[in-house]
Design a protein around this ligand. Sequence first.
Ligand code: SF4
Length: 288
Amino acid sequence: MQPQDFATKEINTWCPGCPNFGISSSAKEALAELANEGKLDAKNTAMVTGIGCHGKIYDYINLNGFNGLHGRVLPVCLGVKLGNPNLTVVGFGGDGDTFDEGVSHFVHACRYNADMTMFVHINQVFALTTGQASAMTEKGFVDGSTPLGQGEKPLNSVLMALELGATFVARGYASDIPKLTELIIKANEHKGMSVVDILQPCVTFNKDYTHEFFQKNIYYLPDDYDRANRETAFKKSLEWDLKKIPLGIIYESDRPSYESQLPQLAEKPLIDKSLGREGINDLFHHFS
Ligand code: SF4
């Protein structure tokens, strides 16, 4: 398959120069490569998106999926996975979507460690609604909703994912398409909950956290970085406060996935089970 096999004919309405284009290109490159290596079946891959500029990716990538409610990417991903664990499940959310409206879902999804991948487009604002502060907006950021400057410190998403139990925690940069493609492939190959933060500066509504800022402060973790060391990963997650921003796989470990431990799924996927009229009557009887 070719990356363009995953393209759609929808008219793209992202702003010119938006790094979301880089995320979409990297995702299509990665999907094609995974499919060609027999590691992914496009027909058995489900994409779930939330609400925000990131959510438009649903229109631009040709996969089966579900464009859900604000902040509800992860519960839908989990529902799809439990309905049919044989599907590859990928979620796309924004930082507002994931860490404001959806933060409780993020907590439990990391804890459960179901085998699915969550890509978080980090632009540190609610971009679709013209740039209001999100949970990841830096202190002091001024916009229409915070004219005196954002008062609170931002949430550290990598630190959270590590603490909550995600078994693959990584960070990429939307404008480095080859490296981001590689990261998306690795995240999909991982068995368990993968969280990939993607730095995606909003070129229209965030004038503080720009390409210039990130290009000055990002660096790639070296090849000999020990990504199995959780303590080192925690230290790496705290570097954001020092304006040093590590990219790559920050942490990876092995832990049984949520769905692999459910006896209800041991025999066959839920989707292949039929309750029938008798079964439904039994359920009504049981809960009445
Ligand atoms: Fe991209 Fe920002 Fe425009 Fe949204 S508002 S499409 S995030 S540049």
